[in-house]
Ligand binder design. Structure first.
Ligand code: KG4
Ligand code: ZN
Length: 410
């Protein structure tokens, strides 16, 4: 089955075409046939975070070129004699400025690709941004007569972390419009259910119990900021550019590498309480106080103070995430931990989880760091498993839902 994945939930515009076969288990195989992703990070950088309506405008502008790039080896120029249902397409795309003209041009120029279904992120995320992908999927489904699967973005992060990936994406093509080669093959890693999933991204921090793929119960959640949000806010306090996660990671690594001796300590919020919930906003406030104190007694923050704060912050976050996760693994008796979301690209968090999981005989599944942040492969993968079950949705009733929940409360 060939699945076209579309992702526009935040500030990445991404399209990926996969060919997958088999069921959820040892028979599953997947090949990436085309992939393109454009990050809007540069656009949002002056604002220090993602601006929803700007994200929507950028998705509308870039989604058709990204679609074209992802599909370029699978479409050919062909002036068709059949009339496009322009009025219907216009109605679907009336709120997506600029998308209509580009899409009509694309559809009039190229043949229909050989695809079986479209998988699109319906939530959670920034609702104006989500609608762009959803409406493109609805328009393509109408013209090409292929069914749609609505995908939960967080399930996409889980799906990609369950893969055993043979060869990774090449970073250079992954970030821009360059030609997509066939660069990845995957199957499902061998592991046992029930599993625990630790989802750490810009909008979410969740521990989820999984009896099987598609069945989720919340074990714990953040009560305030998501962990990625905390990385981004602390980075802003340290005058580092958006997105802050990789910037903090870089400074923290420099502090460790140089063996900096620092007199800074941050709290480990909720590390030892009895719940599996998290709280990161206090950590950000503690960093703000240190920064303000430093400013009141001296000049601007020195590079070494920034490095010290970054390391202590990363250590504090890691301690809390690891402690809670280990305790949940023991309580729920899970033999597999699946870690997903953009923050799981973090080297220190990855290595601490790997190291400490050895003590509880639990298998750790994580995707390569370059696939941990948002992409459309994860959406195509999760979409495939639903499509294989015939879990399609009527394009007329398909809606974006910024607050879509993955799980029910346990
Ligand atoms: O999953 P993702 O790409 O988007 C959402 O679904 O939110 O996650 C983005 C988040 C951002 O907050 C970003 O700062 C963080 O992931 N992030 C990192 C790293 N790379 C990205 N955080 C810590 N260390 C990293 N290396
Ligand atoms: Zn994400």
């Amino acid at each position: 089955m060939k699945v076209l994945g579309i992702e526009t939930s935040c500030d990445e515009t991404a399209v990926c075409l996969i060919e997958a076969e088999g069921d959820f288990g040892s028979t599953f195989k997947c090949t990436v046939l085309g992939n393109a992703l454009l990050s809007q990070a540069e656009t949002h950088r002056p604002y220090g975070g993602v601006f929803p309506n700007l994200a929507k405008r950028e998705h509308s502008k870039n989604l058709v070129p990204i679609l074209h790039t992802a599909l370029q080896q699978h479409i050919h120029e062909e002036r068709s004699n059949t009339q496009l249902p322009r009025v219907e397409i216009l109605k679907i795309l009336e709120r997506e400025q600029g998308l209509f003209e580009q899409l009509i041009d694309f559809l009039e120029t190229y043949s229909k690709p050989d695809i079986d279904c479209i998988a699109v992120t319906v939530g959670p995320g920034l609702e104006p941004a989500l609608w762009v992908g959803v409406n493109l999927a609805r328009a393509l489904s109408t013209v090409w007569d292929v069914p749609i699967v609505g995908v939960n973005h967080m399930e996409g992060h889980i799906a990609i972390s369950m893969m055993d990936i043979v060869s990774g994406f090449m970073k250079s093509q992954y970030r821009d419009f360059a030609s997509p080669d066939i660069v990845m093959r995957g199957s499902i890693a061998r592991f046992q259910f029930p599993a625990l999933a630790l989802l750490i991204s810009g909008g979410h921090t969740e521990l989820v119990f999984m009896q099987k793929f598609g069945q989720y119960e919340f074990v714990g959640q953040t009560r305030d900021d998501a962990v990625g949000e905390a990385f981004d806010k602390v980075a802003r306090l340290l005058q580092l550019p958006y997105p802050g996660g990789p910037e903090i990671e870089k400074l923290a690594e420099e502090a460790r590498y140089r063996g900096l001796v620092c007199d800074i300590s941050l709290p480990r919020p909720m590390q030892h309480d009895t719940t599996y919930d998290f709280s990161f906003s206090g950590l950000k406030t503690a960093v703000r106080r240190i920064v303000e104190l430093q400013r009141s007694i001296s000049e601007p923050l020195s590079e070494n103070i920034k490095r010290c704060i970054a390391r202590e912050f990363e250590d504090a976050v890691t301690d809390v995430l690891v402690a809670k996760t280990l305790r949940a693994i023991e309580t729920y008796g899970t033999r597999t931990l699946i870690v997903g979301g953009g923050v799981s690209a973090n080297t220190h968090i990855r290595s601490e989880l790997s190291r400490q999981l050895l003590t509880v005989s639990c298998q750790l599944l994580m995707c390569p760091p370059e696939l941990a942040t948002d992409n459309a492969l994860m959406i195509a993968l999760a979409g495939y498993f639903h499509a294989a079950e015939g879990d399609f949705i009527d394009p007329a009733t398909l809606r974006a839902n910024g607050n879509l929940e993955l799980a029910k409360q346990r």
